[in-house]
Design a binder for this molecule. Structure first.
Ligand code: PBG
Length: 330
């Protein structure tokens, strides 16, 4: 018999391919990351992220409604903090009347069914642009955790469904779980950015929030003492397993495309949902190549999202969420 196996039979036409397709993609697979700015009537473009804006709260609510109508059920929110509110402790992060807290309240009021996951990390609030408090030139892990607890409780108080720690301090998931429980927020979940790499793909995000580490003698110049080395694989599994033990309800791998081996291993290693962040630099690269006419934007975008899902993602945080949902709903 030749050939022994005719694999092409299953690829004969689109109907056949559709009945044997192993992975499906739908708007509920996406989380929409949103950048929020102070003020009213503000829609300021981020040059390194074409199509993405920092929106003031009024526009943010419109976007959230749009996302909900398209079938998206979760948003990750980030705020752009004015310089005069930044300091080493990041204390604006737990101001109950701060922009983030206001955003959580307004979004939950406007679209109660939307799952709101504020980012828990000090970098947008830190005068050094770090996710940790600096003591004697170094990241102070445990002091940072104290601050993150205040921040998460303040998010919970504002109505957050989940908190999403993206700081990579040791022990923070356990501390956050305890702080939330002690304050009566047993139902507020934790989505931990568990395997977060020290990645150069975050550049455009740091442009958006003006949150890059500042160049100074007083603090580390990069995030490599807390975010992970991209050469490592086992370390990612250790980080994920310890976050599960500490009480995470979901874990995240970040960035996405270049880390799909990690996504698969994490998916195989844990029994809770795994999310993946297709980060700003990934978004920027596709936009740039498509702008030059070198690749087909929508085709490459959908291929990437399918591949992230195939690798094991249950949820994908992506700046393409609105556009991809539109295409999938067609
Ligand atoms: C902050 C944070 C970052 C991202 C999400 N949360 C930046 C960083 O760690 O420097 C990056 C997301 C993206 O690039 O889209 N803790």
């Amino acid at each position: 018999m030749y050939p022994l196996h005719r694999g092409r039979r299953l690829r004969t036409n689109e109907s056949l391919r559709s009945i044997v397709r192993e992975t499906s993609l739908s708007p509920t697979d996406f989380m929409l990351p949103m950048f929020i700015a102070e003020g009213k009537d503000v829609k300021s473009p981020i040059p390194s992220m074409p199509g993405i804006f920092r929106h003031s709260l009024d526009y943010t609510l419109d976007e959230v409604k749009k996302a909900y109508d398209l079938g998206i059920r979760a948003v990750n929110i980030y705020v752009k903090v004015s310089d005069h509110l930044k300091d080493n402790t990041g204390k604006e992060a737990w101001n109950d009347n701060g922009l983030m807290q206001e955003a959580i309240k307004r979004i939950k009021d406007a679209v109660p069914e939307m799952v709101v996951m504020p980012d828990v990390a000090l970098d947008p609030y830190s005068s050094y642009g770090h996710d940790g408090i600096i003591t004697k030139g170094k990241i102070d892990n445990d002091a940072t955790n104290d601050a993150l607890c205040l921040m998460a409780v303040s998010h919970a108080k504002a109505g957050a469904d989940f908190v999403a720690p993206s700081d990579m301090m040791d022990g923070r998931v356990l501390r956050l779980r305890q702080a939330l429980d002690q304050n009566g927020y047993h139902d507020v979940g934790i989505m931990s950015y568990s395997a977060k790499y020290a990645s150069s793909f975050y550049g455009p995000f740091r442009d958006a929030l003006d949150s890059a580490p500042v160049s100074t003698e007083e603090a580390p110049r990069d995030k490599k003492t807390y975010q992970m080395d991209y050469a490592n694989r086992l370390e990612a599994i250790r980080e994920v397993l310890s976050d599960v033990e500490e009480g995470a309800d979901m874990v995240m791998v970040k960035p996405g495309m270049a880390y799909l081996d990690i996504v698969r291993e994490v998916r195989n290693a844990v029994l809770i949902p795994v999310s993946v962040y297709q980060v700003s630099g990934e978004y920027a690269m596709l936009k740039a190549a498509a702008e030059k006419g070198w690749v087909d934007h929508d085709a490459v975008m959908l291929e990437q999202l399918y591949c992230i899902k195939r690798a094991g993602a249950n949820l994908i945080s992506t700046y393409h969420a609105l556009h991809a949902a539109k295409l999938l709903n067609k």
